[in-house]
Design a protein around this ligand. Structure first.
Ligand SMILES: NC(=O)c1ccc[n+]([C@@H]2O[C@H](COP(=O)([O-])OP(=O)(O)OC[C@H]3O[C@@H](n4cnc5c(N)ncnc54)[C@H](OP(=O)(O)O)[C@@H]3O)[C@@H](O)[C@H]2O)c1
Length: 328
């Protein structure tokens, strides 16, 4: 079996400190499965799941073997295709998020992915921006689909300047065409949230969301393991209001009896990375200038650069996506 040696970010055991992440040479088989493509990576973005996985917190969902490469979100250029790949050819510019089960890590010179979770990169988007459209954007999109967002509905999302929250606001406004969007952010992110399309923006450092917002929302999407948004949902609504949390409900008390009394549907939603529901509509929004990828910071593809990026993520206060530029 012939192999390829390349530079990648990885960890050798579950870690507690970003300084335990390494960047060095790894080796992988050259052969591709029939539906896989090899990508020469240009940029990667990171998500809380990368850090949670490196700490061993998501073993129940994504079992790890060591050494484990890190990163799911990717943009780059296709350099090889498997025998049954139909969507791409060598030279195509792509973006997407690597499938959690077969991922080889996107913070790397090369990544291998099933073609289903990759899309053609619109020319209007830089590689750095395209890398930011992976897990966060797809989760926002699928969560809104799941909540049956649409015209006439009102949506609340907390952490509206975060990776997921910013896309919830933009998709709710420009794709699902909902009537009203509310969110919470800290003071210096209020303008960003408004510019993305939020109508009601609560500065959580100054006000309590349940004191400012009325119980007039159909959908609440929770990024923070916070039960409070339930109190701004319409009780006993038809169709029933939806509380969708993206954070493991084991981390907080969900108050099932209260939700039952208020007749509010509750769900812990997890991105289905193999779902093909993220395609032309997104590219149309991008081309029409109705979807931006807010970038919090860009980092170099060096050991220190990757550690800095993870430290920024772990800090929990990013405005938009954290990007690692793998190749200019
Ligand atoms: N279930 C799934 O499939 C799925 C998929 C993707 C993500 N997730 C989870 O969803 C969560 C959010 O992910 P993400 O990528 O959006 O994270 P992120 O980008 O790291 O979120 C950072 C944002 O959270 C905001 N924030 C922190 N505390 C806040 C508070 N008390 N009130 C309002 N905003 C607050 C920060 O704003 P300030 O600086 O203003 O505080 C910052 O903008 C993570 O736990 C992630 O693991 C789950």
């Amino acid at each position: 079996m012939s192999t390829l040696t390349y530079k990648a970010a990885y960890f050798n055991e579950f870690i507690t400190d970003v300084n335990d992440i390494k960047v060095g040479e790894v080796t992988a088989p050259v052969e591709l499965q029939p539906n896989q493509v090899r990508i020469e990576v240009r940029a990667a973005s990171i998500n809380p799941v990368d850090w949670k996985r490196a700490k061993g917190y998501v073993e129940a969902f994504f079992p790890t073997t060591f050494p484990s490469l890190i990163g799911y979100d990717v943009s780059g250029v296709v350099v090889a295709v498997g025998s049954e790949v139909t969507k791409f050819k060598v030279g195509d510019e792509i973006y997407g998020n690597l499938d959690a089960k077969t991922s080889t890590g996107s913070i790397a010179e090369y990544a291998v992915s099933n073609e289903d979770v990759l899309w053609h990169k619109p020319t209007s988007l830089s590689f750095a921006e395209a890398a930011g459209l992976g897990i966060a954007a797809r989760t926002a999109h699928q969560a809104l689909l799941r909540a049956e967002a649409g015209p006439g509905k009102s949506v609340f999302v907390n952490a509206g300047a975060g990776g997921v929250g910013n896309f919830v606001i933009q998709f709710a406004k420009n794709l699902f065409k909902v009537e009203k969007i509310a969110t919470t952010v800290s003071t210096n992110k209020v303008d960003l949230a408004k510019s993305l399309g939020a109508i009601e923006v609560v500065d959580y450092t100054k006000n309590d969301l349940i004191k400012v917002l009325k119980p007039e929302y159909d959908i609440a999407i929770d990024n923070l393991a916070d039960i409070k948004p339930v109190d701004i949902l319409k009780p006993k609504n038809t169709p029933r209001s939806k509380f969708i949390t993206l954070v493991d409900p084991g981390l907080f008390e969900v108050h099932e009896s209260k939700l039952k009394d208020l007749e509010i549907d509750h769900e812990f939603f997890i991105l289905n990375s193999s779902l093909k529901s993220f395609d032309g509509a997104i590219n149309e929004l991008l081309d029409a200038g109705k979807l931006q990828v807010p970038i919090d910071s860009t980092h170099k593809f060096t050991e220190q650069g990757v550690r800095n990026a993870l430290a920024r993520l772990a800090d929990g206060h990013a405005a938009g996506k954290i990007i690692i530029i793998v190749k200019n």
